[in-house]
Design a protein around this ligand. Structure first.
Ligand code: RP5
Length: 170
């Protein structure tokens, strides 16, 4: 199976990377986690992204905050799918990173998920790998089913709670 690279612009983005890593682990998808900044270590990012396909990666997850150029700079170096995760940091709470990550010029796409959405970034990469991997597709279907059942259970619990409260008030 292809590997996923989780790259964060700074160690301060670790919590989001951890969410992505936990999700990939849950699905038995191999991955690496790296700190590599578009601004502070541009040569390292270029070297990693430009060789990622021949190194066996299937997609890159790039997590960055502030003037977030990590996902775009990585996408410029590879034709692998790049998923950008804007990180919530600084005075603008991630809105700056969201706009920096999502507003890519035509020809160099980045699939941008919500601010801080490490789990969704990992799930999106898993869905890409599952195009040609039936076992993984089945795992994703099972995960969705589990999620749906969880909502149904909460619905029941909360409905019951309010029904009881209503009876007590009468
Ligand atoms: C971005 O700037 C990083 O991705 C991080 O979200 C933000 C702050 O970085 P530090 O100053 O905490 O290293 O490059």
């Amino acid at each position: 199976m292809k590997k996923i690279a989780i790259i964060m612009g700074s160690a301060s983005d670790l919590a989001i990377a951890q969410d992505a890593a936990n999700t990939l682990k849950q699905l038995d998808i191999p991955f690496v986690v790296k700190v590599c900044s578009a601004h502070r270590t541009p040569d390292k990012l270029q070297a990693f992204a430009s060789s990622a396909r021949e190194e066996g990666f299937g997609a890159l997850i790039c997590i960055a905050g502030l003037a977030a150029h990590l996902a775009g700079a990585a996408a410029a170096q590879t034709t692998l799918p790049v998923v950008g995760v804007p990180a919530q940091s600084g005075h603008l709470d991630g809105i700056d990173a969201l706009l920096s990550t999502v507003q890519m010029p035509s020809g160099v796409p980045v699939a941008t998920v919500a601010i801080g959405a490490g789990r969704n970034a990992a799930l999106l990469c898993a869905q890409m790998l599952a195009i040609t991997d039936d076992r993984l597709a089945d795992q994703l279907t099972a995960l969705r089913k589990h999620m749906t059942e969880g909502v149904a259970q909460k619905d029941e619990e909360i409905s019951r709670l309010f029904t009881l409260n209503e009876k007590e008030n009468h």
